[in-house]
Design a protein around this ligand. Structure first.
Ligand code: SF4
Length: 262
C-alpha cells in the first residue's frame, strides 16, 4: 500500500510536468502558425515612458482602441505634462476623456495615481520602474486602485520591454478555446497559467497576433472557423467549418493597436 502511494506521489509531478511540456509545445506551434498567418510583429525601438503607458492602458479599459486613442490624445493635448494633470480638477479630466467611456471612474483613478506620485514620489513619473524586477513592478502597479494584472503587464511589455505576456478578455477566450487554459473563467488566472507556456522572447508577437486573430477570425460570437489556421489545435466544442465565408471579418481595420501608438 505504502509502495503504491509512493509510486503515485512520484508519478503525479511527472504527469504534471509532461502535461505542461505538451502545453508548452502547443503554445509554440500556435505562435508559429499565427506568425505564418499574420506575420511577425516586433516591438518598436521607441518606447513610451511607464506613466504614459499606465495612463494609456487605463484609458483602454472597456472600450475600443480607436476611442481610447482619442481619449489619450485629448488628455495629452490638454495636459502636456503629467504635473499639470496632477493639479487639474477631476471634472476637467473627466470631460477631456469622455470619448473613451467610463470617464468618471477612469478620471478618478488616473488623478489618484498622478496625485500620489506628486505627493509621495517626489515627481509625477514612474521612471524607477526601469530598475525593478518584473514581480516588483507587478506588485507596485497593482497596488493602485483600478490597476490589475493586465494593465501592469502592458506597462512591463510595451514600456519596459520585458518579455511579459498580458492577457485581455480576447486572449483569455482564445487560450480557453485552444485548450491552453481550459475551463478557466478569469483572465487573471489565464495570465498565471500562460506564464510558463509562452516561449522565451515571444510575448510581444504572441500577444499582438492573438489580438489580431481574435478580431479577424476567432471573434467572441460567430468565429470564422472555416478559415482558421489553428483549427487542428482548437478544442472548442462549438467550432465548425460549415459557415459561409461571407461572415469573415476583413483585415486592416482590425489591426490598429492603441498601445503600439502611445
Ligand atoms: S477553430 Fe474556430 S473557435 Fe477554434 S480557434 Fe479557430 S476560429 Fe477560434
Amino acid at each position: 500500500m505504502s509502495a503504491l502511494r509512493t509510486t503515485g506521489r512520484r508519478r503525479e509531478p511527472r504527469a504534471r510536468r509532461s502535461e505542461e511540456n505538451s502545453l508548452r509545445r502547443k503554445t509554440l506551434r500556435v505562435a508559429r502558425l499565427l506568425e505564418d498567418y499574420l506575420g511577425t510583429p516586433t516591438l518598436g525601438v521607441r518606447r513610451p515612458a511607464p506613466l504614459d503607458m499606465l495612463i494609456a492602458t487605463i484609458l483602454s479599459q472597456n472600450t475600443n482602441d480607436k476611442n481610447s486613442h482619442r481619449a489619450y490624445t485629448a488628455l495629452r493635448n490638454k495636459y502636456p505634462t503629467w504635473n499639470t494633470l496632477a493639479r487639474a480638477p477631476l471634472r476637467s479630466i473627466e470631460s477631456t476623456i469622455r470619448i473613451g467611456g467610463m470617464a468618471h471612474q477612469k478620471a478618478r483613478r488616473i488623478k489618484d495615481i498622478v496625485r500620489h506620485l506628486d505627493q509621495e514620489n517626489g515627481g509625477v513619473h514612474l521612471s524607477e520602474l526601469n530598475a525593478m524586477r518584473d514581480d516588483e513592478v507587478m506588485d507596485y502597479l497593482t497596488g493602485f486602485k483600478g490597476v490589475g494584472a493586465k494593465t501592469a503587464a502592458c506597462v512591463l511589455l510595451f514600456s519596459l520591454g520585458r518579455d511579459v505576456f498580458p492577457v485581455d478578455t480576447h486572449i483569455h477566450r482564445i487560450c480557453n478555446r485552444l485548450g491552453l487554459a481550459s475551463g478557466v473563467t478569469l483572465p487573471e488566472h489565464t495570465f498565471e497559467i500562460m506564464k510558463p507556456l509562452v516561449p522565451a522572447g515571444q510575448a510581444y508577437s504572441l500577444h499582438t497576433n492573438l489580438i489580431r486573430f481574435g478580431r479577424r477570425v476567432c471573434r467572441a460570437n460567430r468565429p470564422s472557423c472555416e478559415i482558421c489556421p489553428l483549427y487542428h489545435e482548437c478544442v472548442y466544442e462549438g467550432k465548425t467549418r460549415r459557415r459561409p465565408r461571407s461572415t469573415v471579418a476583413s483585415g486592416t481595420d482590425h489591426d490598429f493597436m492603441v498601445l503600439d501608438n502611445v
